[in-house]
Ligand binder design. Sequence first.
Ligand code: MD3
Ligand code: FE
Length: 214
Amino acid sequence: MMQPDLFADERRTLPLGPDAALLGGFATESAEALISHIQHITASSPFRHMETRSGKRMSVAMSNCGSLGWVSDRSGYRYDALDPLTGNPWPHMPRLFRELAEHAARSIGFHNFTPEACLINQYRPGARLSLHQDMDEQDRTAPIVSVSLGLPATFLWGGHHRACRPKRYSLIHGDVVVWGGASRMIFHGIDVLKEGKHPLTEDVRFNLTFRKVR
Ligand code: MD3
Ligand code: FE
């Protein structure tokens, strides 16, 4: 059963840690436009289940837009200007994406953030992202901005060691999270997505992750 949405219109801003905050509902008004951009982008660079270095198929399907995209295969993780599936550059990052990420970052004090890469994650029920650190970016002074759309998920926020038991936060449609500074290298993940039906995305959760890479 879904949680009752008694306070769906309330904008929660929740400090998560040093230089990190959950901006509840920051993207709610842009959500339909964001989703139609996702459909347009993935018509040319389709969602695919990448492989990890060890050859495991990821349960999350991914695509990218922007001048660089995150890719994983048997040779490891990296950013690449070309989509390995099509051989073409990744689709252009829509202005709405870039401005939303810049505004969210600015609202907690990151004034010079401009993203080069937007990873688009697609979760269906059963998909998960196990605890990891984001270590593939050279510029670790820049924050990361994440936008949640569609089905809700449980975000796992650990510590600086994999063994730290993570705190659990619910991320719902329209939520934006900004992570920078001392929170940039924490272990984090997404718990197994539960079944559900969202009016805009049906049985899907999308997450946009904006990064400055170089
Ligand atoms: C905290 N994605 O793509 S976004 C990822 O919902 C990733 O798809 C999750 O973790 C998702 O790498 C979580 C929130 C997020 C992204 C990057 C972070 C949280 C972060 C980097 C450092 C600390
Ligand atoms: Fe991550």
